[in-house]
Design a protein around this ligand. Structure first.
Ligand code: CO
Ligand code: CO
Ligand code: CO
Length: 322
Protein backbone atom coordinates (compact mmCIF):
# COMPACT_ATOMS: atom_id res chain seq x y z
CA UNK A 1 0.00 0.00 0.00
CA UNK A 2 2.82 2.40 0.87
CA UNK A 3 4.15 1.94 -2.68
CA UNK A 4 0.84 3.05 -4.23
CA UNK A 5 0.23 5.85 -1.77
CA UNK A 6 3.64 7.46 -2.12
CA UNK A 7 2.46 9.63 -5.00
CA UNK A 8 -0.56 10.83 -3.04
CA UNK A 9 0.59 13.36 -0.47
CA UNK A 10 -0.51 12.65 3.09
CA UNK A 11 -3.09 15.26 4.08
CA UNK A 12 -2.09 17.27 7.08
CA UNK A 13 -4.27 17.38 10.15
CA UNK A 14 -3.21 18.57 13.60
CA UNK A 15 -4.57 15.38 15.19
CA UNK A 16 -3.08 12.90 12.74
CA UNK A 17 -0.28 11.38 14.83
CA UNK A 18 0.70 8.50 12.52
CA UNK A 19 -0.31 8.53 8.87
CA UNK A 20 0.55 6.38 5.88
CA UNK A 21 3.68 8.35 4.99
CA UNK A 22 5.51 6.71 7.90
CA UNK A 23 5.03 3.07 6.74
CA UNK A 24 3.95 2.10 10.22
CA UNK A 25 1.52 -0.64 11.19
CA UNK A 26 -1.63 1.40 11.69
CA UNK A 27 -2.82 4.98 11.50
CA UNK A 28 -3.28 6.95 14.71
CA UNK A 29 -5.65 9.89 15.13
CA UNK A 30 -5.98 11.88 18.36
CA UNK A 31 -9.50 12.46 19.65
CA UNK A 32 -8.62 14.26 22.86
CA UNK A 33 -5.63 14.99 25.08
CA UNK A 34 -5.36 11.44 26.42
CA UNK A 35 -6.91 9.26 23.77
CA UNK A 36 -6.22 8.45 20.15
CA UNK A 37 -7.77 5.99 17.71
CA UNK A 38 -5.60 3.30 16.10
CA UNK A 39 -7.05 2.13 12.78
CA UNK A 40 -6.07 -0.61 10.38
CA UNK A 41 -7.52 -3.24 8.06
CA UNK A 42 -6.41 -6.37 6.29
CA UNK A 43 -8.08 -9.05 4.18
CA UNK A 44 -6.93 -11.87 1.89
CA UNK A 45 -7.97 -15.12 0.19
CA UNK A 46 -8.01 -18.36 2.24
CA UNK A 47 -4.62 -19.73 3.25
CA UNK A 48 -5.99 -22.83 4.97
CA UNK A 49 -8.90 -25.06 3.88
CA UNK A 50 -10.94 -24.97 7.07
CA UNK A 51 -13.24 -21.90 6.89
CA UNK A 52 -13.50 -21.40 10.67
CA UNK A 53 -9.69 -21.42 11.00
CA UNK A 54 -9.34 -19.05 8.06
CA UNK A 55 -11.69 -16.61 9.79
CA UNK A 56 -9.66 -16.81 12.98
CA UNK A 57 -6.35 -16.27 11.18
CA UNK A 58 -7.57 -13.33 9.09
CA UNK A 59 -8.93 -11.60 12.19
CA UNK A 60 -5.82 -12.24 14.31
CA UNK A 61 -3.66 -10.95 11.46
CA UNK A 62 -5.60 -7.70 11.16
CA UNK A 63 -5.72 -7.13 14.93
CA UNK A 64 -1.96 -7.54 15.07
CA UNK A 65 -1.28 -4.08 13.67
CA UNK A 66 -3.15 -2.50 16.58
CA UNK A 67 -1.16 -4.65 19.02
CA UNK A 68 2.12 -3.78 17.30
CA UNK A 69 1.55 -0.13 18.22
CA UNK A 70 0.53 -0.88 21.80
CA UNK A 71 -3.15 -0.19 21.19
CA UNK A 72 -6.24 -1.87 22.60
CA UNK A 73 -8.75 -3.08 19.98
CA UNK A 74 -12.32 -1.84 20.48
CA UNK A 75 -14.38 -2.60 17.39
CA UNK A 76 -14.12 -4.52 14.13
CA UNK A 77 -15.96 -4.53 10.79
CA UNK A 78 -16.09 -7.59 8.54
CA UNK A 79 -14.83 -7.28 4.97
CA UNK A 80 -16.09 -10.06 2.70
CA UNK A 81 -15.77 -10.99 -0.96
CA UNK A 82 -17.88 -14.05 -1.63
CA UNK A 83 -18.60 -16.10 -4.79
CA UNK A 84 -22.27 -16.42 -3.80
CA UNK A 85 -23.44 -18.54 -6.76
CA UNK A 86 -20.94 -21.38 -6.46
CA UNK A 87 -20.23 -21.65 -2.75
CA UNK A 88 -22.59 -22.73 0.04
CA UNK A 89 -23.37 -19.85 2.45
CA UNK A 90 -22.47 -22.09 5.42
CA UNK A 91 -18.81 -21.56 4.49
CA UNK A 92 -19.17 -17.84 4.98
CA UNK A 93 -20.97 -18.40 8.27
CA UNK A 94 -18.03 -20.46 9.52
CA UNK A 95 -15.48 -17.85 8.40
CA UNK A 96 -17.40 -15.09 10.18
CA UNK A 97 -17.78 -17.26 13.29
CA UNK A 98 -14.00 -17.78 13.39
CA UNK A 99 -13.37 -14.07 12.94
CA UNK A 100 -15.94 -13.18 15.57
CA UNK A 101 -14.43 -15.56 18.14
CA UNK A 102 -10.98 -14.00 17.73
CA UNK A 103 -12.31 -10.44 17.90
CA UNK A 104 -14.07 -11.42 21.14
CA UNK A 105 -10.86 -12.96 22.47
CA UNK A 106 -9.20 -9.62 21.80
CA UNK A 107 -11.81 -8.00 24.04
CA UNK A 108 -13.30 -6.17 21.05
CA UNK A 109 -16.65 -6.45 19.30
CA UNK A 110 -17.75 -6.89 15.68
CA UNK A 111 -20.10 -4.01 14.91
CA UNK A 112 -20.92 -4.75 11.28
CA UNK A 113 -19.31 -5.10 7.92
CA UNK A 114 -19.86 -5.28 4.21
CA UNK A 115 -19.80 -8.05 1.62
CA UNK A 116 -19.59 -8.02 -2.14
CA UNK A 117 -19.87 -10.71 -4.79
CA UNK A 118 -16.37 -11.71 -5.80
CA UNK A 119 -15.01 -14.54 -7.95
CA UNK A 120 -12.38 -15.27 -5.34
CA UNK A 121 -13.31 -15.64 -1.68
CA UNK A 122 -11.73 -13.02 0.55
CA UNK A 123 -12.12 -12.16 4.20
CA UNK A 124 -10.64 -9.79 6.73
CA UNK A 125 -11.57 -7.09 9.18
CA UNK A 126 -10.98 -3.45 9.81
CA UNK A 127 -10.11 -2.68 13.39
CA UNK A 128 -10.46 0.43 15.50
CA UNK A 129 -8.52 0.54 18.73
CA UNK A 130 -7.62 3.05 21.36
CA UNK A 131 -4.23 4.22 22.56
CA UNK A 132 -2.65 6.80 24.83
CA UNK A 133 -1.22 9.39 22.40
CA UNK A 134 1.94 9.66 24.52
CA UNK A 135 2.54 5.91 24.40
CA UNK A 136 2.36 5.09 20.71
CA UNK A 137 4.84 2.36 19.78
CA UNK A 138 6.20 2.87 16.26
CA UNK A 139 9.03 1.52 14.12
CA UNK A 140 10.83 4.89 14.22
CA UNK A 141 12.19 4.76 17.78
CA UNK A 142 14.66 1.86 17.86
CA UNK A 143 17.85 2.97 19.61
CA UNK A 144 21.45 1.75 19.55
CA UNK A 145 21.88 -1.06 22.09
CA UNK A 146 18.23 -2.19 22.03
CA UNK A 147 17.77 -5.96 21.92
CA UNK A 148 15.26 -7.23 19.40
CA UNK A 149 12.75 -9.79 20.62
CA UNK A 150 10.60 -11.90 18.29
CA UNK A 151 7.42 -13.41 19.75
CA UNK A 152 6.50 -16.11 17.22
CA UNK A 153 8.63 -18.60 15.30
CA UNK A 154 9.11 -18.08 11.55
CA UNK A 155 7.95 -20.21 8.62
CA UNK A 156 4.19 -19.76 8.08
CA UNK A 157 4.62 -18.90 4.38
CA UNK A 158 6.70 -22.00 3.70
CA UNK A 159 4.28 -24.24 5.58
CA UNK A 160 1.12 -22.83 3.98
CA UNK A 161 2.80 -23.22 0.58
CA UNK A 162 3.52 -26.83 1.55
CA UNK A 163 -0.15 -27.26 2.51
CA UNK A 164 -1.23 -26.06 -0.95
CA UNK A 165 1.17 -28.57 -2.52
CA UNK A 166 -0.21 -31.33 -0.26
CA UNK A 167 3.09 -32.25 1.34
CA UNK A 168 2.33 -31.11 4.88
CA UNK A 169 0.97 -33.58 7.42
CA UNK A 170 -2.17 -32.77 9.44
CA UNK A 171 -0.20 -32.24 12.68
CA UNK A 172 1.94 -29.54 11.13
CA UNK A 173 -1.11 -27.97 9.51
CA UNK A 174 -2.67 -27.85 12.96
CA UNK A 175 0.44 -26.26 14.50
CA UNK A 176 0.66 -23.52 11.87
CA UNK A 177 -3.10 -22.86 12.06
CA UNK A 178 -3.01 -22.47 15.85
CA UNK A 179 0.03 -20.19 15.65
CA UNK A 180 -1.50 -17.92 13.00
CA UNK A 181 -4.75 -17.66 14.98
CA UNK A 182 -2.81 -16.65 18.09
CA UNK A 183 -3.28 -13.03 19.10
CA UNK A 184 -0.32 -10.75 19.82
CA UNK A 185 -2.32 -9.38 22.76
CA UNK A 186 -0.13 -10.56 25.64
CA UNK A 187 3.27 -9.44 24.30
CA UNK A 188 1.62 -6.15 23.30
CA UNK A 189 0.33 -5.55 26.82
CA UNK A 190 3.78 -6.33 28.16
CA UNK A 191 5.33 -3.76 25.79
CA UNK A 192 2.97 -1.12 27.12
CA UNK A 193 3.79 -2.03 30.73
CA UNK A 194 7.50 -1.75 29.98
CA UNK A 195 7.04 1.57 28.21
CA UNK A 196 8.61 0.18 25.03
CA UNK A 197 8.99 2.76 22.25
CA UNK A 198 9.70 0.73 19.12
CA UNK A 199 8.12 -2.39 17.63
CA UNK A 200 6.39 -3.74 14.57
CA UNK A 201 4.76 -7.02 13.65
CA UNK A 202 6.24 -9.50 11.21
CA UNK A 203 3.88 -10.07 8.27
CA UNK A 204 4.12 -10.06 4.48
CA UNK A 205 7.61 -8.58 4.14
CA UNK A 206 9.11 -11.29 6.31
CA UNK A 207 11.54 -10.81 9.18
CA UNK A 208 14.09 -9.07 6.96
CA UNK A 209 11.57 -6.77 5.29
CA UNK A 210 10.04 -5.56 8.54
CA UNK A 211 13.46 -5.26 10.20
CA UNK A 212 14.53 -3.20 7.18
CA UNK A 213 11.54 -0.87 7.58
CA UNK A 214 12.39 -0.39 11.25
CA UNK A 215 16.07 0.21 10.49
CA UNK A 216 15.27 2.82 7.84
CA UNK A 217 12.58 4.54 9.93
CA UNK A 218 14.79 4.62 13.04
CA UNK A 219 17.97 5.47 11.12
CA UNK A 220 19.95 2.59 12.63
CA UNK A 221 21.34 -0.78 11.54
CA UNK A 222 19.83 -4.03 12.76
CA UNK A 223 22.08 -7.03 13.32
CA UNK A 224 20.23 -10.35 13.30
CA UNK A 225 21.57 -13.58 14.76
CA UNK A 226 20.66 -16.34 12.30
CA UNK A 227 21.45 -19.06 14.83
CA UNK A 228 19.06 -17.62 17.40
CA UNK A 229 15.96 -17.41 15.23
CA UNK A 230 12.91 -19.32 16.44
CA UNK A 231 11.82 -21.59 13.59
CA UNK A 232 8.58 -23.46 13.07
CA UNK A 233 8.93 -27.23 12.72
CA UNK A 234 9.95 -28.25 9.18
CA UNK A 235 10.37 -24.62 8.02
CA UNK A 236 13.97 -25.32 7.02
CA UNK A 237 13.08 -28.64 5.37
CA UNK A 238 10.28 -27.00 3.38
CA UNK A 239 12.68 -24.26 2.24
CA UNK A 240 15.09 -26.98 1.16
CA UNK A 241 12.25 -28.76 -0.67
CA UNK A 242 11.57 -25.56 -2.62
CA UNK A 243 8.17 -24.72 -1.05
CA UNK A 244 9.08 -21.05 -1.36
CA UNK A 245 6.16 -18.61 -1.64
CA UNK A 246 6.32 -15.95 -4.36
CA UNK A 247 6.33 -13.32 -1.64
CA UNK A 248 9.66 -14.60 -0.29
CA UNK A 249 11.26 -14.15 -3.71
CA UNK A 250 9.76 -10.67 -4.06
CA UNK A 251 11.02 -9.71 -0.59
CA UNK A 252 14.49 -10.92 -1.46
CA UNK A 253 14.52 -8.97 -4.68
CA UNK A 254 13.26 -5.82 -2.95
CA UNK A 255 15.96 -5.98 -0.27
CA UNK A 256 18.80 -6.64 -2.71
CA UNK A 257 21.75 -4.51 -1.58
CA UNK A 258 20.18 -3.64 1.79
CA UNK A 259 21.09 -6.83 3.62
CA UNK A 260 24.61 -7.99 4.37
CA UNK A 261 24.69 -11.70 5.14
CA UNK A 262 27.79 -13.51 6.38
CA UNK A 263 28.85 -16.30 4.04
CA UNK A 264 28.42 -19.02 6.68
CA UNK A 265 24.66 -18.47 7.08
CA UNK A 266 22.71 -21.44 5.75
CA UNK A 267 20.80 -20.68 2.53
CA UNK A 268 17.60 -22.27 3.88
CA UNK A 269 17.70 -20.03 6.94
CA UNK A 270 18.05 -17.05 4.61
CA UNK A 271 14.91 -18.21 2.80
CA UNK A 272 13.08 -18.41 6.15
CA UNK A 273 14.13 -14.84 6.95
CA UNK A 274 12.56 -13.62 3.69
CA UNK A 275 9.46 -15.79 4.16
CA UNK A 276 6.25 -13.73 4.34
CA UNK A 277 4.45 -14.38 7.62
CA UNK A 278 0.72 -14.38 8.14
CA UNK A 279 -0.16 -13.14 11.61
CA UNK A 280 3.51 -13.28 12.62
CA UNK A 281 4.99 -12.26 15.94
CA UNK A 282 5.88 -8.88 17.34
CA UNK A 283 9.41 -7.61 16.74
CA UNK A 284 10.18 -5.53 19.81
CA UNK A 285 13.14 -3.23 20.48
CA UNK A 286 13.84 -3.44 24.21
CA UNK A 287 16.36 -1.02 25.76
CA UNK A 288 19.35 -2.83 27.22
CA UNK A 289 18.50 -1.82 30.81
CA UNK A 290 15.08 -3.50 30.53
CA UNK A 291 16.10 -6.67 28.70
CA UNK A 292 16.52 -8.92 31.74
CA UNK A 293 13.21 -7.98 33.32
CA UNK A 294 11.39 -8.12 29.99
CA UNK A 295 12.72 -11.61 29.30
CA UNK A 296 11.83 -12.92 32.74
CA UNK A 297 8.36 -11.39 32.53
CA UNK A 298 7.81 -13.12 29.17
CA UNK A 299 8.81 -16.35 30.79
CA UNK A 300 6.71 -16.02 33.93
CA UNK A 301 3.63 -15.13 31.86
CA UNK A 302 4.33 -17.99 29.46
CA UNK A 303 4.59 -15.67 26.47
CA UNK A 304 6.87 -16.93 23.72
CA UNK A 305 9.73 -14.57 22.85
CA UNK A 306 13.45 -14.56 22.32
CA UNK A 307 16.24 -12.18 21.39
CA UNK A 308 17.07 -12.42 17.69
CA UNK A 309 19.12 -9.29 17.15
CA UNK A 310 20.54 -6.00 18.34
CA UNK A 311 20.32 -2.38 17.22
CA UNK A 312 23.58 -0.77 16.09
CA UNK A 313 24.61 2.61 14.77
CA UNK A 314 23.67 3.07 11.10
CA UNK A 315 26.30 1.31 9.01
CA UNK A 316 26.79 0.46 5.34
CA UNK A 317 23.57 -1.57 5.16
CA UNK A 318 20.38 -1.29 7.21
CA UNK A 319 20.54 -5.02 7.96
CA UNK A 320 23.41 -7.34 8.90
CA UNK A 321 22.83 -11.06 9.33
CA UNK A 322 25.45 -13.13 11.11
CO1 CO B 1 2.11 -4.58 10.68
CO1 CO C 1 -0.88 -4.62 8.12
CO1 CO D 1 -22.32 -1.46 2.98
Amino acid sequence: MAEVLKDIPQSHHPDLLVGYNKADDAGVFRINENQALVQTLDFFPPIVDDPYSFGQIAAANALSDVYAMGGKPLTALNIVGFPSSDMPPEILTEILRGGNDIVEKAGAVVVGGHSIKDNELKYGISVTGIINPYKIITNTEAKVGDRLFLTKPLGTGLITTGIKKNIVNPELEKIVTVQMAQLNKKPSELMVEFDIKAATDITGYGLLGHAYEMAKASNITIRLFSKKLPLMPYAVELAEAGMIPGGALANREFLEGSVQISPDVDENIIVVMYDPQTSGGLFIAVPEAKVKDFASELESRKIFGQVVGIVERAGNTPIIVE
